[in-house]
Every structure is written in structure tokens, then in C-alpha cells.
Design a protein around this ligand. Structure first.
Ligand SMILES: Cc1cc2nc3c(=O)[nH]c(=O)nc-3n(C[C@H](O)[C@H](O)[C@H](O)COP(=O)(O)OP(=O)(O)OC[C@H]3O[C@@H](n4cnc5c(N)ncnc54)[C@H](O)[C@@H]3O)c2cc1C
Length: 383
């Protein structure tokens, strides 16, 4: 059975158990070498996982946001980098389907490719704009000439860049105030990847720089216009907190196993019997439970909401992301305190989890933006 044949969430989670376990066995080496986990993505494609958010009208499974979040969380228990990377692809595909953002013909043709294993991601960040969610205007430029678009620029943090088939690139239309997204196939001349990804977190995401030199695409590849920093509420971004929660779950399991097995010769039994250790285990469970219920309920609210109701969900979406990423950081801190100095060994997965969850703070939306939005909402509701 593969992900297309599995009809229920339970069946899909069961399929993921195997994949996630294999990814876990490779994660340490990939992190240490700073290499890209090609084999993980080959297995995800082969299993049908990468096509799960293709809409039904194009022959896909069109899984719900709740289901996507549950699956992504499970995947991240095995390898955070792989989960975050494929989360962008699944989430963007879902978002395009939900909001009918592109012309139907072009989205249909991309979905046909996704069903055959093609991958896409957004390349929106630039050195000068910083996080695009803060409203910076892209310095990447697009100009029309001879019935096509010519795009030039450099994007940073392009996750999955070693194997992407399609880049969705934000650019400013030359000599205008207009900003939009361009669909750029990898095969087009002038598309280059510069291997700049030297992060200590999420090392297996291949988030290198994308360089576009006089890249020519047909007119219809100008797929979306938008105002920088003013995109509609985006349920699909919940793949981010799901990922960091999955990493935290893996850390909790590791620490708990350790506590139930480690028996220093100062005691009978294992350290799980110490009240100070039990306190930390309970706190980990509490943090995870709070975050999980919050994440799942916001995902379900999105699934059940009308288009109009979804437009108003930015506060909940931002708060769920902030709660989960910060809970993940706390859980890993507690897990490392339980395990002690061994947690700092390069061979110990906790030190990788510790580095990986820090990246969650710098994925959108950032905490300061969420807090400001919640303050604004609060003041608005008070009036
Ligand atoms: C693992 C990982 C994968 C990623 N994958 C992708 C991807 O696939 N595609 C993509 O496009 N991007 C991707 N990104 C980039 C991400 O979305 C952000 O754009 C990037 O992390 C930069 O965010 P930043 O907050 O550090 O940047 P900046 O916006 O430059 O902010 C840096 C710091 O400056 C301050 N600051 C800046 N502006 C303001 C402001 N207006 N108000 C208050 N303070 C401000 C804050 O203190 C902030 O921490 C990825 C990032 C990571 C970590």
C-alpha cells in the first residue's frame, strides 16, 4: 500500500512510521556531513506522499490541513529537515488549490507533474528584504520583452534547491510598483544554484541561494500579483509548527528512554525514579499536550471555515505557530537537562534537535509580528 491507496489518516500515519524510522536512522550522518538527503525524497516521491495535497479535481487526494499537520509532525519525528522541506512543497500546493490563485490551466499542468514526482517551493527571501512577511519589496526584477518575461535576481534560503523542479519566485516588475510571483521551471536557461547553506540548524534542507540570470519564461508564468507583506491568511503555514513539534516529540522520547534505562551506581533502579527527573518529564508532556491541542484545533477550524472565516484567522494561525515553536524549544531544553552532559555529544541526537528547533523562530510568522498582531486584535475588539 502507498499513500494514494491509504484512505484514512490512521493508515497514512502507519505508512509514515516506516519512512520516519528510516529517516531517523540517516539523520545524524546527514547533519554531520551537511549533505542533502536525496534518498529520503526519492522514497517520499515513490510512496506517493509528495502528491497528497493535489486537489481532487486534478486526480489528487486533497488532504485536509489537519491531516497534513498530523502527517508532517510524524515525519519530523524522523527527520526535521526532510519534514520542513517537503512541508513547503505540500503546503504551497494546498494553498494554491484552496485559493485558486493561478490560472487553472497552468496549475493543472503543474499538478500533473507533481503526480509524477515533481517538487516546487517558493523563493521569496532576499538579502535586502529579509523575511518577505515583513513587507520588503523584492530586488529580483522582471521585465517584459518579445512576448515573454525576463527575470534577474538572487534568492536566499531556497529550501529543497538541489531537487526542485519549479521555483515560485517573487519579483518586482521593472519601472512599476507591482510585485508578483513567477513560475520558473528548473530546466530554463539562466537558473543556477549557489551552494551557500552553512546553517547549524536544519542542515539537510539544502536551502541554498537561487540565482536567476536573464531567465526567460512565457507570459503566462507571471502567475500571481500581490502586495508585499499583505498576503491572505495562510493555513498551510501550519506545516512549520507541526515540524518543530515533531522534533520536540522525538526529543521527549529520547530523554524518556534514557531516564528509564540509565542507572548510575549511586542508586537502585533508574533515574526516572527521581522526583527532579519526573518533574521534567511531566513538564515536557504538558508543553507538548498544550501545543498539540492548540495546533490541531486551529487546523480543524481552518478546515471547517468558509473562505470569509479563514480570512480572519491570522491571529490564531500566528499564535499556534508561536506556541508550538516555543514549546518545542522548552521541551528540548528539558530533555537535555534530563540526559545531562551526554546530550552535548555530537553523536547524541538531542544536540541536533536543539539546533534544529532554533530555526523555527526564523520561519514565518516571527514572534514579534504575532505579538503585535495579537495586540492590534485585542485593541480592536475592545473598542
Ligand atoms: C530552515 C529555513 C528554511 C527556510 N526556507 C525558506 C524557503 O524555502 N523560501 C524562502 O523564501 N525563505 C525561506 N526561509 C527564510 C525565512 O522565511 C526568513 O525569510 C529568513 O529566515 C529571514 O528571517 P529573519 O527574521 O532572520 O530576517 P530579517 O527580516 O532580516 O530579520 C532579522 C532581524 O532583524 C529584525 N527585524 C527586521 N525587520 C524588522 C521589522 N520590520 N520589525 C522588527 N524587527 C525587524 C528582527 O530582530 C529580526 O530577527 C527559510 C528560513 C529557514 C531558517
Amino acid at each position: 500500500m502507498d499513500f494514494q491507496q491509504a484512505g484514512t489518516l490512521e493508515e497514512r500515519l502507519k505508512l509514515l512510521d516506516n519512512l520516519s524510522e528510516r529517516f531517523r536512522s540517516r539523520a545524524g550522518d546527514i547533519d554531520e556531513a551537511g549533505s542533502f538527503p536525496y534518498v529520503n525524497f526519492a522514497e517520499l516521491k515513490q510512496s506517493g506522499y509528495t502528491a497528497l495535497t493535489v486537489p481532487r479535481k486534478f486526480g489528487g487526494e486533497e488532504i485536509s490541513l489537519y491531516e497534513m499537520v498530523r502527517l508532517q509532525e510524524k515525519l519530523a519525528e524522523g527527520d526535521g529537515s526532510t519534514a520542513l522541506s517537503i512541508g513547503w512543497h505540500l503546503g504551497i500546493t494546498k494553498n494554491l488549490a484552496e485559493k485558486n490563485i493561478w490560472e487553472e490551466d497552468i496549475f493543472r499542468s503543474v499538478c500533473e507533474e507533481i503526480k509524477k514526482g515533481a517538487l516546487l517551493n517558493g523563493a521569496a527571501t532576499e538579502p535586502q528584504t529579509g523575511s518577505p512577511t515583513r513587507g520588503g519589496r523584492p530586488q529580483t526584477s522582471a521585465v517584459q520583452a518579445g512576448g515573454q518575461w525576463i527575470v534577474n535576481g538572487r534568492k536566499t534560503f531556497t529550501t529543497l534547491s538541489p531537487i526542485l523542479d519549479f521555483f515560485i519566485v517573487s519579483a518586482t516588475i521593472e519601472d512599476t510598483e507591482e510585485v508578483g510571483n513567477f513560475l520558473i521551471p528548473r530546466s530554463v536557461a539562466g537558473v543556477e544554484i549557489e551552494e551557500t547553506w552553512d546553517s547549524i540548524a536544519m542542515r539537510g534542507t539544502g536551502s541554498h541561494d537561487l540565482i536567476l540570470k536573464d531567465v526567460k519564461v512565457p507570459k503566462k508564468h507571471f502567475v500571481e500579483k500581490f502586495k508585499p507583506g499583505k498576503k491572505q491568511a495562510s493555513g498551510w503555514l501550519l506545516h512549520i509548527p507541526a515540524c518543530y513539534l515533531g522534533i520536540a516529540q522525538a526529543a521527549k522520547s529520547f530523554a524518556l528512554n534514557f531516564a528509564m534505562e540509565y542507572s548510575p551506581n549511586t542508586m537502585e533502579g533508574t533515574i526516572i525514579d527521581f522526583p527532579s527527573v519526573r518533574q521534567k518529564v511531566g513538564e515536557m508532556e504538558y508543553e507538548l499536550m498544550k501545543a498539540r491541542y492548540f495546533l490541531y484545533s486551529v487546523a480543524r477550524q481552518w478546515d471547517d471555515g468558509s473562505d470569509q472565516e479563514r480570512l480572519l484567522m491570522n491571529p490564531e494561525l500566528g499564535a499556534a505557530k508561536m506556541a508550538c515553536t516555543n514549546a518545542a524549544i522548552s521541551v528540548i531544553d528539558l530533555a537535555m537537562r534530563i540526559v545531562g552532559a551526554r546530550s552535548l555529544s555530537v553523536k547524541n541526537p538531542l544536540q541536533r534537535y536543539y539546533r534544529d528547533v532554533r530555526a523555527g523562530l526564523h520561519n514565518p510568522p516571527m514572534d514579534d509580528m504575532t505579538i503585535e498582531l495579537l495586540a492590534k486584535t485585542s485593541v480592536f475588539n475592545q473598542r
